[in-house]
Design a protein around this ligand. Structure first.
Ligand code: HEC
Ligand code: HEC
Length: 339
């Protein structure tokens, strides 16, 4: 080897040593995502109470999760997957106030609104009489036009829950509807994890309580009726014609078009991070997985392999789950492989 060749060879070597780790800096050896969640410094307007019971969500034995008179049950057509946990969603609107539909279809919540979501597992999903374990109740409270966010960890006796800001892992066992024993090292998110998902333009926001996701039939007082009409009849939502409200479908409904099911799934499980106003680390990917975004503007068509690999490896969704949503992953794969 003459001097020039030697020089050239070592230059290539130096380039490989310098450049390859740099190329890998966003993805680790397994192709993993290497992003850390920052310490968000968003404004808050309340101090959360120490005990959940102070908010009087439930009447009677707390573990029966029977909403008290101040709270209304909310049911969504499509939901966020969280390690197969069951969830109960409640809303409290201060007396004399209403949720108001804005011209753009979003909801304006009055100050004093409380949104609550309780996460639990039935010991045996085939027989709910076998009891359940309630893990956490998450709250969003609006005051002075600012949403505040926190979660409460239920005690072992299941009599109350206490404020938990720093997150926690807790093992859960249950038997699913197929009679199979399942296990998860359930993760209660810390405050920054909550904010990573629940933000838009650097403000905290609710994610599921939208008119299009509430626009479905529910059973109240033994009657089947539209949930929006019900909330209007209860006086906590202003009056408008139901016909103007779009509808997000239930992604578990096999009778619906595959594309709509997959897009509904991605709206509820990906789009809080992948939309233009989301947490900047994920907004920067320029993916927009909101249900109403036309396919050619979602970025899905350019990321078919990436999406497939990341959801199979359990790397996306980035946080919020510890075990794979097998049905959800299958739905995404079926959809993108048929595009
Ligand atoms: C992985 C993203 C993610 C994380 C982390 C997360 N949430 Fe949510 N949250 C959602 C989505 C999506 C919904 C709406 C869908 C649903 O309820 O199934 C929601 C719903 C809620 C609701 C019901 C009101 C509403 O419609 O938004 C509350 C209350 C809530 N979250 C509080 C919290 C708190 C408190 C934390 C942290 C302890 C937290 N969330 C962490 C994504 C997340
Ligand atoms: C809690 C926020 C969060 C959620 C939820 C989430 N992502 Fe991501 N996603 C990120 C972040 C942050 C990145 C950027 C990682 C990086 O910079 O390397 C990312 C990157 C990606 C990428 C790679 C994009 C690129 O340009 O490299 C894809 C594809 C993706 N996500 C798909 C999904 C899918 C599909 C879901 C739902 C199943 C999902 N994500 C849910 C935060 C999230």
């Amino acid at each position: 080897m003459n001097f020039k060749k030697k020089y050239f060879a070592s230059l290539i070597l130096v380039l490989i040593v310098l450049v390859v780790p740099f190329l890998n800096s966003c993805n680790d050896d397994n192709g993993g995502i290497n992003v850390t969640i920052p310490d968000f410094d968003f404004p808050t307007s309340i101090t959360f109470e120490q005990n959940l019971s102070t908010y009087n969500l439930f009447e009677g034995t707390p573990s029966n999760l029977q909403p008290s008179d101040d709270y209304h049950l909310l049911e969504l057509s499509s939901i966020l997957y969280t390690d197969y946990a069951k969830k109960q969603r409640l809303v409290k609107i201060p007396t004399g106030e209403q949720m108001i539909r804005n011209a753009d279809g979003s909801i304006d919540f009055p100050d004093g609104t409380i949104l609550a979501k309780t996460f639990y597992y039935y010991n045996d999903e085939r027989d709910t009489m076998q009891g359940k374990r309630i893990i956490e109740t998450r709250l969003l409270i609006k005051e002075l036009d600012i949403w505040n966010i926190a979660t409460y960890l239920w005690n072992q006796e299941q009599t109350d829950a206490s404020l938990l800001l720093e997150g926690l892992d807790t093992p859960v066992n249950w038997i699913n509807t197929d009679g199979i024993s399942r296990f998860a090292n359930y993760h209660v998110p810390d405050e920054n994890e909550c904010i990573a998902c629940h933000q838009s333009n650097n403000n905290m926001i609710p994610l599921g309580t939208t008119l299009r996701n509430l626009n479905r039939n529910v059973t109240r007082n033994n009657l089947s009726l539209n949930q929006i009409s019900y909330l209007q009849s209860e006086g906590i939502l202003n009056d408008f014609n139901l016909n103007i409200v779009p509808q997000i479908i239930d992604y578990n409904d096999n009778s619906v078009l595959l594309a709509n099911r997959a897009r509904a799934y991605m709206d509820l499980n990906c789009s809080h991070c992948h939309n233009p106003t989301a947490w900047e680390e994920s907004a920067e990917t320029d993916l927009d997985f909101r249900y109403e975004t036309p396919l050619n503007q979602t970025g899905i068509l350019d990321e078919i392999n990436g999406i497939e690999r990341l959801v199979i490896d359990g790397e996306m969704p980035f946080i919020g789950t510890t075990i794979l949503d097998e049905e959800g992953v299958n739905l995404i794969i079926q959809y993108i492989e048929n595009l």
